[in-house]
Design a protein around this ligand. Structure first.
Ligand code: NAD
Length: 431
């Protein structure tokens, strides 16, 4: 894995420094004018994308489809190949989706394609109104903070951070986001069937809530290989899913969708305590970094409600992604949109537009109307629940919410210049 000094230096420069079209950091700390200046549909809303992967492409298409006068005008990624492939894929996808109108909706000259771990700064310096933050979770807190300081509306994917200090940074930024919209990629909150099912439960269709079971049991995900020309740090960022400091591990990266629904069922009141068990049985090779492949955790609330939560990424096993809810008078399956109570079975039969499109429809409608959406509170609490689920399994301890909030551990290298960074070993509970 070791590299020559000169090649390491070269890599460091290309990783760290955004290709500079404009000077750096000029806008950071200066609340700008975005909000309230786009009430007329004649004003084009300019969008910047940070993280040109699968979700970034989807989010850019959804943003462009959410308003008749939106254009993707800047993109950024850590790696030059991801930016150039991303620009090509985005252009093709826009042409497929919007046909002749694509030219109005995407405008990505090379000088607005940025490369580097700090390339979000260059996007913020472009004249964009909205940023889509779809890079790996580790990088989210700094970019959310900078986007808010620069006066940009934000769409940010989940989770919002990988450790507690990161979440607290995001929370503070969201609390300072006066006049800006912050929309979270916790997309089930925007799914019409899930919203209707939640409404039924909250109206009392299953009586008082007693127990929740959250299942996110699924197969293995991608691995992008390891290349000798990549530094250890670059290998980790390319395969970010498998490093706790980058992804937050399965509870944060994937199962957070389930935990967020448990939080929602509890009126966004966080749990008081959690304990659990987990480990790594199948993905044991070095290339799978230091994450686990299964977790089980039990969340408890002061009113006696418990949430039993399970997530697993192993091939060849029973799979189910569902939220099971039991009350004093019935039960519900949230993703199946079904509620069974004293009045019989209720099944949502309404429209089912893409929740990914709906979240962007809400964001862009709010920007036009002057209404303000700020999903900061629940996206931070759900991320904290995910970190809690991970930490109780990694440590084997029972952790209270108060103890969790006091955790000052910052994951990742002291500096992103540490191209030979070695992440901690796989956590062993009880030690
Ligand atoms: N809401 C959902 O249903 C959903 C679905 C998929 C992914 N996601 C989330 O979206 C995010 C991205 O996931 P993905 O599947 O698109 O991953 P991906 O690996 O396909 O894309 C991430 C991109 O970010 C780039 N990147 C890495 N570091 C960067 C940095 N410092 N600055 C800019 N770019 C950087 C990577 O090179 C990569 O191209 C994750 O947080 C993931 O959890 C959400």
């Amino acid at each position: 894995m070791s590299q020559s000094k000169s090649s390491r230096t070269g890599r460091r420069q290309f990783l760290k420094g955004a290709t500079a079209v404009a000077g750096s950091a000029a806008l950071l700390g200066q609340p700008a004018l975005a909000a309230g200046f786009h009430h007329s549909v004649d004003d084009k809303l300019r969008v910047g994308l940070i993280g040109c992967g699968g979700r970034g492409t989807g989010a850019a298409l959804d943003a462009a489809g959410a308003d008749s006068n939106v254009a993707l005008v800047a993109i950024a990624d850590a790696f030059p190949d991801r930016v150039s492939v991303g620009a090509r894929q985005l252009t093709r996808a826009f042409q497929e989706k919007f046909g002749d109108a694509a030219g109005e909706k995407i405008d990505l000259p090379e000088e607005r394609q940025f490369v580097g771990l700090d390339s979000y700064k260059s996007v913020l310096e472009c004249d964009v109104d909205v940023v889509l933050l779809t890079q790996p979770p580790y990088f989210r807190p700094e970019s959310i903070k900078a986007a808010v300081a620069a006066g940009k509306h934000v769409f940010c994917e989940k989770p919002v951070a990988v450790d507690v200090p990161g979440v607290l940074k995001v929370l503070e930024a969201c609390q300072n986001a006066d006049g800006l919209n912050i929309v979270s990629g916790l997309c089930w909150r925007y799914d019409l069937g899930v919203r209707a099912t939640m409404d039924k439960i909250r109206e009392g269709a299953i009586g008082e809530l007693v127990t929740i079971q959250e299942n996110y049991l699924t197969g293995e995900l991608w691995h992008r290989g390891n290349k000798p020309e990549w530094s250890p740090l670059e290998n980790q960022i390319r395969n970010w899913l498998y490093y706790t400091w980058l992804s937050g591990d399965i509870p944060a990266e994937q199962h957070i969708h389930s935990l967020d629904k448990a939080l929602w069922l509890m009126d966004d009141v966080p749990p008081t305590r959690c304990y659990g068990t987990g480990g790594r049985q199948k993905r044991t090779e070095e290339k799978y970094g230091n994450v686990y492949d299964h977790f089980a955790s039990c969340f408890e609330w002061d009113n006696g409600v418990k949430c039993f939560s399970y997530c697993r990424q192993q091939n060849g096993c029973f799979n189910e992604t569902e939220d099971h809810v039991w009350g004093t008078q019935g039960s519900a399956k949230i993703l199946a949109n079904r509620v069974s109570g004293p009045n019989g079975v209720w099944q949502y039969e309404g429209p089912k537009p893409s929740m990914y499109q709906v979240e962007h429809d809400h964001l862009f409608r709010a920007i036009r109307s002057g209404e303000k959406i700020n999903n900061g509170d629940y996206m931070c609490k759900s991320t904290l629940m995910a970190i809690m689920a991970r930490e109780v399994c990694y440590t084997g301890k029972s952790i209270s919410w108060t103890e969790l909030l006091a955790d000052k551990t910052v994951l990742g290298p002291a500096s992103l210049d540490e191209v030979d960074y070695v992440p901690p070993p796989v956590a062993i509970p009880g030690s």
